[in-house]
Write a protein that binds this ligand. Sequence first.
Ligand SMILES: C[C@H](O)[C@H](O)[C@H]1CNC2=NC(N)=NC(=O)C2=N1
Length: 115
Amino acid sequence: MSTTDTLAKQVCEACHVDAPKVTDEELKVLIGQIPDWVPQVRDNVMMLEREYKFKNYKLAWAFANQVSELAEAEFHHPSILLEWGKVTVTWWTHSIGGLHKNDFICAAKTDQLTQ
Ligand SMILES: C[C@H](O)[C@H](O)[C@H]1CNC2=NC(N)=NC(=O)C2=N1
């Protein structure tokens, strides 16, 4: 079982405003488990982002719906940009303005949707 699988098998914990952001050390370890995801910083908020490519709009739309279902199941919600043949998914934790372990779990779960 890959470390991504391990991460994907975990469930998100309820996140409160004083939940800890991942440390730099944790970031290094966790990002290694989801190698296709890129840390991005926007308005001083660190996020995880990945682009998924599809043959057409309909397939991209169906994937975006699967990600939305995942978000509701985990009650942790990403930004989803749906375009023709492409879906960009961005995870971060609004309540702490940065990255929590939940974001890495959800990124790994998002990857599993394409397998
Ligand atoms: C309003 C609602 O409680 C919040 O948006 C919840 C649910 N979904 C969430 N999703 C994300 N990504 N971060 C949050 O802090 C969060 N909190």
